[in-house]
Design a protein. Structure first.
Lengths: 482, 280, 174
């Protein structure tokens, strides 16, 4: 059995000026790889734009939808992007509340990922509508005809929830970045200095600001956690509040939240590997942190697996013939290949995270995280399509696979997300400088306390030994650690 | 939007279907379809196309499942080994059941579908933004979406002259479904009001009921105890309300049932079971 | 009587807290612990111990925002539903409480978050001008202590800082 490697979260002796310099360097003149990535993302996004223009003009029939498949990949992708946003909240808010210090170097890009996932997800309710231009009718505004949206509908809940979540996440990201903006204001020049000067709102790092900041951040984290859970529960209620077999499942809210955390953690792993490699952040995004992220992902994967099993068993035990038939069709019918891909990627692949050698091998983790996310995307689609394919009325059973237009738009959404993220990493620090300094500071303190305690213990023991041999022991409390 | 309004009527606003709902119905239109005398001729479906300006979508789009037949005749086979292709087919004309506790109504994000005091499930084309949740939530799958701008090529000159002026032609992005020929109902109501009388049974007949050659479809007001449809409902022991019907199963004459009754959606259409002449 | 403000820079928290302890022990006149403003690149967990508790009122505003969100949510939704009686039924009542609870919850969080952020910006004095004493090194790794003193104490305080490992001292007239 090979030795289990245990290393520190981060090198506590990192000089703070170096932290500043490294992160600012990541924001400077982009290299060729960056521009290539931008070009690829832009192309993908333009494909989506072209497809959407065609669909807008011709109608949703061009997306290949029919009766009964009134929803297909757009809704699945919508749920996927909303889900991916949850891990950012998990990392920033949940781990903050439980004082998990290891989140500090990586939560910034995770929180950014949250905001951008939501901005990507926000497109899908728009483009999947038959009459996109009337989208604003979903919002509750005072109209002179006294017409309101239907507050009973989970889609209206979606509108409320997602706008709340997007604004709250953006605010949380922004507030968390204020001290970093101050650092950048002080150490950059030209248009950047002006930009950060405005964005940091006059942060000076004085006592009153820090105390209020600490309290505000904790309050926002406390609100963001129930918000994140409620948002994905509301998205799940798009399905759970209907009567369709396979959708009308009470475990959908926790199932969706678990799936969201899962795909978000996998996305964090992917971005971790990419940012660590391209920006040479090995000192900050350490292997220890990757290990912890992997363990977290594994735990969530097991929760997700369990919730799947719960859903299958309760369907099996229940005598609702519609639900049973849909479940059997998922596993053995026309969509079976996709179903088993989901099971493989979601339940089997995470076991690779149990091996430390693999966890510390970045290329493997990149591949694993992509597979996990593939499994989760497929899971979302497996929720939408098989139920619609085999619902109550046998006359309307139909098998549908996505069409070119749908694929183009879904594909392009990844391009849009990529573009947003690429702009972010060059404009804003993808590693939170002040939090990394805090991490180093705390780690240094911890190590000092440990050494003090050890010295105290050894001196005490030495003193006792001397006492035992008859000599008087000198007073020991003065030995303060170096 | 006054608080007084809410506070005064709060208990009234809290009534749901099991308590009778908050609607004071003046009519509750319903239908009976006798599957024993239905021959599957599709006259009802054709009449519906003509009456309601339904677009003929063409073979390719029909096969893709993008058809607009508000009334569709479903065919089911128990035994597919007969001498002829259609032998042994059972026909089920399926149309919007105008459910009393409709599952499509609460899920529309913009309130484009609602329940009228006539007992009809109404679809407001102008309000629909095309989210299609209502169609997904319909267990009968009788809601049809305008996937394309069908009007552009469904009625080339001079076919557009045959369009019914009593209702609109729908553009893409809008959901539609059977309305129990609401335009005929409104016309009959207006006529009755002008003549200062109550609407009588037979004043309104839907296009499908009118066209059916065997008289399998009976339409009327189930709140009017004298109407044909009321009498049929009573005879076959089907009652209004989202409750499972308790029927006398020993009497073979009582053939009435509602589809997917276990879902408690309170459909307005009672089907009369086909009398089987062979042992199944 | 004119006053000056002094900014003394220290290498790390230990040096800065030594100075604070000495000020607490009244080793230098003209400066009280409550008047000290400490500027740092990160927050220190023991700042409450060293400098004393100072009131932070953000949570009250958050609570107010949350309560407002819930009540506003309920009344807004119910009035809209009560006035739009043609609203789809599906057998559901006009004012369905379960669905209203969901939306009330979202509005609670929405208003709580926005109130918190807006109050943070005001209560932490982010927009206010507080003199121009600042050093770029405060965002790297040095700690600053800002005090406001009378001109008469200026030199003694400066010397006190110099004798206690201050790396740099800046001053300005108030």
């Amino acid at each position: 059995m090979s030795q289990v490697i245990e290393d520190k979260v981060i090198d506590e002796k990192l000089e703070w000026s170096r932290i500043n310099a490294d992160v600012i360097a990541s924001m400077q003149a982009p290299r060729k790889a960056y521009w290539v990535t931008v070009f690829v993302c832009l192309t993908m996004f333009l494909c989506a734009i072209a497809a959407e223009i065609y669909q807008y003009k011709m109608g949703l029939g061009s997306a290949g939808l029919n009766n009964p498949h009134m929803w297909d990949m757009y809704i699945a992708t919508f749920v996927f992007w909303i889900g991916m946003s949850h891990a950012g909240t998990l990392l920033s808010a949940i781990l903050h509340i439980i004082h998990a210090q290891w989140r500090k170097p990586i939560y910034r890009f995770a929180e950014a990922m949250t905001t951008f996932s939501l901005m990507t997800a926000g497109f899908f309710p728009m483009i999947h509508l038959g009459r996109v231009w009337n989208l604003y009718w979903v919002l509750p505004y005072v109209s002179d005809r006294g017409i309101w949206p239907n507050f009973r509908s989970p889609l209206v809940w979606d509108a409320f929830a997602i706008s709340t979540y997007l604004s709250s996440s953006a605010l949380f990201l922004f507030i968390g970045m204020i001290p970093d903006m101050a650092i950048l204001r002080d150490h950059t020049t030209g248009w950047r200095k002006k930009l950060y000067g405005i964005l940091c709102l006059g942060w000076r790092g004085d006592d009153r600001q820090w105390r209020n900041f600490r309290r505000t951040y904790m309050l926002l984290a406390c609100f963001l956690i129930p918000l994140a859970i409620s948002v994905h529960s509301i998205v799940s209620s798009d399905f759970a509040m209907s009567i369709m077999p396979g959708w009308h499942v009470t475990t959908f809210p926790p199932y969706f939240v678990a799936g969201a955390l899962y795909s978000g953690c996998a996305a964090i792993m992917t971005l971790f590997v990419c940012l660590r490699y391209f920006f040479r952040m090995e000192e900050y995004m350490t292997l220890n942190i990757m290990e912890k992220t992997c363990k977290l992902t594994f735990a969530i994967a097991m929760v997700w697996t369990y919730l799947n099993l719960i859903e299958f068993s309760s369907t099996w035990y229940g005598h609702n013939i519609y639900d049973k038939e849909v479940l059997i069709a998922k596993a053995t019918g026309p969509y079976a290949a996709v179903f088993w891909t989901m099971i493989f990627c979601g339940c089997v692949v995470p076991f690779t995270l149990c091996f430390q050698k693999l966890r510390r091998h970045m290329p493997s983790m990149f591949v694993v995280s992509i597979l996990l996310n593939l499994g989760m995307y497929v899971e979302r689609w497996m929720i939408v399509a098989p139920t619609l394919a085999q619902a109550h009325s046998p006359h309307q059973w139909d098998v549908l696979w996505g069409s070119v237009i749908q694929w183009a738009i879904v594909f392009g959404s990844f391009g849009w997300f990529g573009l947003l993220f690429l702009v972010f990493v060059k404009l804003f620090p993808c590693v939170s400088m002040y939090e990394v300094k805090e991490l180093c500071f705390h780690l240094k303190h911890e190590i000092e306390e440990e050494e003090k305690a050890k010295k105290h213990a050894t001196t005490k023991a030495a003193g006792k030994a001397e006492e035992g041999s008859g000599r008087t022991a000198p007073g020991t409390p003065g030995l303060e650690g170096a | 939007m006054s608080f007084k309004n809410i506070l005064e009527n709060f208990s009234y606003y809290r009534r749901d279907a099991e308590d009778g709902g908050h609607h004071d119905y003046d009519h509750r239109f319903g239908m009976t379809i006798d599957l024993d005398i239905c021959t599957g001729c599709n006259s009802c479906s054709t009449a519906c196309y003509a009456e309601n300006n339904l677009a003929v979508v063409g073979k390719e789009r029909f096969e893709k499942g993008q058809a607009m037949h508000w009334m569709r005749v479903e065919r089911y086979w128990d035994n597919i080994e007969g001498d002829y292709a259609e032998e042994g087919a059972k026909f089920l004309p399926m149309l919007c059941q105008n459910c009393g506790a409709a599952t499509c109504e609460p899920v529309c994000p913009v309130a484009a579908t609602y329940h009228t005091p006539d007992g009809l499930n109404a679809q407001v084309y102008n309000r629909c933004i095309g989210s299609r949740y209502c169609s997904n939530n319909c267990p009968f799958r009788v809601r049809y979406f305008n996937f394309w701008s069908y009007y552009e090529d469904s009625w080339p000159e001079p076919l557009n002259m045959q369009l019914n002026p009593d209702l609109t032609v729908r553009d893409k992005g809008v959901m539609e479904k059977c309305t129990f020929c609401v335009q005929r109902i409104r016309t009959a109501k207006d006529k009755a009001q002008r003549e200062e009388r109550v609407m009588a049974d037979g004043d309104v007949v839907t296009a499908c009921a009118q066209a059916c050659p065997t008289g399998a479809i009976v339409f009327g007001d189930t709140m009017d105890p004298g109407s044909r449809v009321s009498k049929l409902w009573e005879k076959h022991q089907i009652h209004r309300g989202p409750f499972l019907q308790k029927k006398d199963k020993t009497n073979e004459e009582i053939r009435g049932y509602r589809i997917f009754d276990e879902l408690s959606v309170d459909p307005s259409i009672m089907y009369l079971e086909r009398v089987r002449d062979t042992e199944v | 009587m004119s006053r000056h403000r002094l900014l003394a820079m220290f290498k790390d928290f230990d040096d800065a807290f030594d100075v604070v302890d000495k000020i607490k022990a009244k080793e230098v006149s003209g400066v009280e612990v409550d008047d000290i403003n400490m500027m740092s690149p990160i927050e220190h967990p023991n700042v409450d111990e060293k400098l004393g508790k100072r009131p932070i009122n953000i949570a009250y505003f958050t609570l107010a925002g949350a309560i407002f969100g819930v009540t506003f949510g309920f009344f807004f939704l119910s009035s809209a539903q009560a006035s739009f009686l043609v609203q789809p039924q599906g057998g559901k009542p006009v004012v369905p409480l379960p669905t209203n609870f969901v939306l009330m919850y979202e509005m609670l969080i929405f208003f709580a978050v926005w109130t918190t952020v807006i109050c943070f910006i005001f209560l932490s004095g982010l927009g206010q001008k507080r003199g121009t004493l600042y050093s770029e090194k405060l965002t790297v790794d040095e700690i600053g202590i800002v005090v406001e003193i009378d001109d008469s104490e200026l030199d003694s305080v400066k010397n006190f800082f110099k004798n206690n490992k201050a790396l740099e001292i800046r001053e300005e007239k108030v």
